[in-house]
Ligand binder design. Structure first.
Ligand code: NAD
Length: 494
């Protein structure tokens, strides 16, 4: 088994060393191949997600297919620009030099996906890996074997199978893969396994992105429109039956808002599912018996004010709201990852912030408030991967924003151009000429050392405060200083 893993990594490395994955044309063609894979197979993908994850077709398009199509198109449209070197501004010391950050591929990257969005969480990182010129080994989740098998069978028909490999299996296979040296590891999944991946990466000093989860809190301010807030928060709990890394995990609000929220939430469920989510084709099931048992256990002994119906044979848990939850109850100690919303009452935004800050840094913080002052308290007073005001989860699909966690919710980020940057090493590049004129300037750093030379170095390396309009006059300014510098350097040579 481990031989197969090693062979695949070797093959991927051989392909990378051939240089074929690095050219603009190759990257573009592969992205177009990936695009074709989605276009040709979108109906099949939605069918697989419906069977395996019990996702409504609508949610498969919303959460995976449409998202991936846009992600790939964005990469195709911007690839040329992303590949260009970034030219940072330089100080006087480097006036004669060309300085650039050249994005280069890491090499062979490992992408480990999770079951809750089995296509998007494997293929969206792959978009970044391909765009950045890497070769890749992709390990889909074994919890969704149909999706994993489909990727293994069909993807090689659309993208270069000597550069991109699907390697299927569970923990032993992933462990075998991790014994090999990769140049980058991109993992999506829970924080406990995230630590295992990080340790394996450390063995080879391999850089990582860890896309993890956690408990993303919602604060509902007294000023919020409670009907709108209930719609949006419940949507986050009902999409994929709450099995999303960004799901709103628990709600913090005053007692006054709690009662209003529960009333509004019941209306929402009535409107959406005619009060019968368990029978509704637009409501998905829990992925497997283990997760069903875990979630059912979290309900034990809790005060249920909405929902609460569970069916182990169908693996259904209704959207459920709990009140009078204690901060040290089991449900407040682990990521819920299901359609259960505990409410904890607080007296103020400050108390809510203190509650959030006492816990691990979440993937997202959500705030519902009409008050800019209250919103700002959370933006400035809490730390999380992202923050979304007056909605939940939607910041994920905005590719102008990076997506990723902080602390226990993850390391690194991706989406849009950030995916390209994640899978690229930005090589610091300085190109200096060998001409005599340039050498005159450099003599100030050579022995014999003198105070005069040191003073000169102090002047030319000194960081100046930004000058308004400086960009406009920059070329003139540099020519002028270049002349002064040259004259002074003549002086220093004596
Ligand atoms: P999972 O069970 O599918 O596991 C994820 C991957 O880890 C799989 O490919 C699996 O083979 C591998 N794995 C499992 N155990 C391993 C081990 N011991 N050694 C090496 N590899 C191992 O998914 P999951 O972890 O149940 O996913 C749910 C979690 O992922 C939640 O915490 C959720 O918040 C998080 N998540 C995060 C994001 C994000 O983008 N931040 C997205 C989706 C899910």
């Amino acid at each position: 088994m481990s031989n197969k893993a090693a062979e695949i990594v070797q093959d991927a490395r051989k392909a990378f060393n051939s240089g074929k994955s690095k050219t603009y044309e190759f990257r573009l063609n592969q992205l177009k191949g990936l695009q074709k894979f989605i276009e040709v197979n979108e109906k099949k993908i939605a069918d697989i997600l419906e069977i395996e994850n019990t996702k409504p077709i609508f949610e498969s398009y919303l959460g995976e297919i449409i998202y991936m199509k846009n992600d790939i198109q964005n990469a195709i449209d911007n690839l040329k620009r992303w590949m260009e070197p970034v030219k940072p501004s330089k100080n006087l010391m480097f006036i004669m030099d060309q300085i650039e950050l050249i994005p280069e591929p890491y090499g062979v990257v490992l992408i480990i996906g999770a079951w809750n969005y089995p296509f998007a969480l494997t293929l969206s990182p792959l978009v970044g890996a391909i765009a950045a010129g890497n070769c890749a080994v992709i390990k889909p989740s074994e919890i969704t074997p149909m999706s994993a098998k489909f990727l293994e069978d069909e993807l090689p028909k659309f993208i270069d199978s000597s550069c991109y490999f699907i390697y299927n299996g569970g923990v032993p296979e992933t462990t075998a893969l991790l014994e090999n040296r990769f140049d980058y590891i991109f993992y999506t999944g829970n924080s406990a396994v995230g630590r295992i991946i990080y340790l394996a990466a450390a063995k080879h000093l391999t850089p990582v992105t860890l896309e993890l989860g956690g408990k993303s809190p919602v604060y509902l301010d007294d000023s919020a429109d409670v009907e709108i807030a209930a719609n949006r928060i419940l949507w986050g709990k009902c999409v994929n039956a709450g099995q999303s890394c960004l799901e709103p995990d628990y709600l913090l609000c005053t007692e006054y808002m709690r009662d209003k929220f529960v009333r509004a939430a019941k209306n929402t469920i009535q409107k959406w599912y005619n009060n019968e989510p368990k029978e509704n084709k637009d409501y998905c099931k829990i992925i497997n018996a283990n997760h069903f048992a875990r979630l059912s256990k979290l309900l034990a002994g809790q005060k249920i004010v909405m929902g609460g119906y569970t069916d182990s044979t169908k693996r259904i848990i209704e959207p459920t709201i709990l009140v009078d939850v204690k901060p040290d109850d089991a449900i407040m100690k682990e990521e819920i990852f299901g359609p259960i919303l505990p409410i904890i009452t607080v007296e103020s935004a400050e108390e809510a912030i203190e509650f959030i800050n006492k816990r691990e840094k979440p993937l997202a913080v959500y705030v519902f408030s009409k008050s800019k002052v209250e919103q700002d308290k959370f933006i400035k007073g809490t730390s999380s991967g992202g923050i979304c005001i007056n909605d939940v989860m939607v910041h994920y699909s905005c590719d102008a924003l990076p997506f990723g966690g902080v602390g226990n919710s993850g390391i690194g980020r991706y989406h849009g151009e950030y995916s390209f940057r994640t899978f690229s090493h930005e090589k610091a590049t300085l190109i200096r000429t060998l001409n005599k004129f340039g050498e005159y300037i450099q003599t100030i750093r050579y022995p014999p050392y003198s105070e005069k030379k040191l003073n000169m170095i102090n002047v030319i390396t000194k960081k100046l405060p930004p000058i308004p309009g400086a960009e406009f006059f920059k070329p003139l300014f540099f020519i002028f200083l270049g002349v002064i510098l040259t004259l002074l350097s003549f002086g220093c040579r004596k």
